[in-house]
Design a protein around this ligand. Structure first.
Ligand SMILES: [Cu+2]
Length: 431
């Protein structure tokens, strides 16, 4: 290649990489080692909302933000009817969201009330190596009954996570994870009106069992947003025209989750590696969040309605589904049901319509103890055939409260319905 052409290509590459790379590497914040005065909510940042969750309280001691995490067993409800004996922090699954501001000096005590050693790793964060929380590698693990102290200056801003880094397979599978949000000290760009925060996870909880199985490798059957399955997932309620940020972190043991939002397109503005420069963003409606990743998306909520947000892997919107079953799609199981009805009066075999055996409005005494229907709950029009990793963005005109407003009341003539004979004739549709 002629040297002038090679030089041109190298210059082009440098130019095209300069913007996003320079922004994402955050050279200034990475060298910030001197703490700043503690950032204050509603002054320096708008607090995040963790639907179905909470934010870890803190206090200031001599200019340091002091937090206290308690690792302990937690009896957790995934949805009414399904509870598990999990491990979490401060009585919760997952742990409370830790929230602070770039430049804050944070001191985080971790008390271990488990019967097993543990550690806490600050995922994605620039910390002194000895604060990184990897059991055996950068510290000895915290024995039962001990309290350790982690202290560092927040040198960056963004969407991060924390999780156990001792016996990860067991402790993460039992729920020992949480979100860690660091707001910018000097925000640029429009401030979101709502800043939602979700931890994505998955569990193996066989029907009737109460202890999630950390030995599971592939067949996870409870898929959760902030530890809940639909319809127990709290909706995101916003006013039409508001700017919304949704932060997604994934610490599922084994799976990625393509999270899809209906009715809107968003931009991915942030990963756990830092902010994405505006020129490097592009519109999406689905963002893939691999395990161990975070993504923050932003959009204007400009369309009133009840918009689903869900994982797009179809088995991740099911709950406690058995997979070792014959394929009965296209089979009429009624004869089989009649034959079995003598011994199991309420039997309804899963055939072409899986929802048939999961009608939540029909009393179902056959549901085993501590289990959920495979799919769904009731929506504004009847049965919703998704469960698991599903929630709803409720966009409303002119609301003054962000309490759940109920189901959307559609303007007349804007809901799909049976075609009228007049319309069929007009458009020459032969049914
Ligand atoms: Cu998924």
């Amino acid at each position: 290649m002629p040297s002038d052409r090679r030089q041109f290509l190298m210059q082009s590459a440098a130019l095209s990489l300069g913007g996003p790379l320079a922004a994402s590497m955050q050279p200034a914040s990475k060298t910030r080692l001197t703490p700043l005065p503690p950032g204050q909510p509603l002054v320096d940042y708008r607090p995040v909302i963790t639907p179905n969750g909470t934010t870890l309280p803190w206090k200031i001691v001599a200019g340091v933000k002091v937090f206290h995490l308690v690792a302990e067993p937690v009896r957790h409800e995934f949805a009414p009817g399904l509870q598990g004996n999990c491990w979490g922090y401060n009585g919760r699954v997952h742990g409370p969201t830790i929230e602070a501001v770039e430049g804050d000096q944070v001191r985080i005590y971790v008390t271990n009330k488990l019967d097993a050693p543990t550690t806490v790793h600050w995922h994605g964060m620039f910390v002194p190596n000895g604060m990184d929380g990897v059991g055996g590698l950068t510290q000895r693990s915290i024995e039962p009954g001990e309290t350790f102290c982690y202290e560092f200056t927040l040198r960056q801003h963004g969407t991060f996570m924390y999780h156990s880094h001792h016996d990860e397979m067991v402790q993460i599978a039992l729920g020992m994870v949480g979100m860690f949000v660091v707001h910018p000290r000097n925000p640029t760009g429009p401030m979101p009106d709502h800043d939602f925060c979700y931890m994505l996870s998955e569990w193996s909880l066989p029907v009737g069992a109460e202890r999630p199985d950390p030995n599971e490798m592939t067949d996870f059957n409870v898929l959760t947003f902030n530890g809940k399955v639909f319809p127990a997932t709290a909706p995101m309620v916003v006013k039409t025209g508001e700017r919304v940020r949704i932060r997604l972190g994934n610490l599922s043991p084994m799976d990625h989750h393509p999270i899809h939002l209906h009715g809107h397109a968003f931009e991915v503005v942030e990963t756990d590696g830092g902010q994405i420069a505006p020129a490097a963003r592009w519109p999406e409606t689905t963002v893939l969040v691999a395990t161990g990743q975070t993504r923050a998306v932003e959009f204007l909520a400009d369309a009133p309605g009840d918009w689903a947000m869900h994982c797009h892997m179809t088995h991740h919107v099911m709950t406690q589904m058995g997979h070792g079953i014959p394929n009965l799609v296209g089979v009429d199981p009624s004869a089989f049901d009649e034959a079995l009805a003598a011994v199991v009066p309420s039997i309804r075999t899963m055939g072409s319509d899986m929802s048939a055996m999961n009608d939540p409005d029909a009393p179902d005494d056959t549901l085993p103890k501590n289990s959920l229907p495979m799919v769904g709950g009731t929506g504004g029009f009847g049965y919703v055939t998704m469960g698991g990793m599903v929630t709803v963005l409720k966009v409303r005109d002119g609301i003054t409260s962000y309490e759940d407003p109920g189901w959307y009341e559609h303007p007349p003539g804007t809901v799909a319905g049976p075609a009228t004979p007049a319309a069929l004739a007009r458009d020459d549709i032969d049914t």
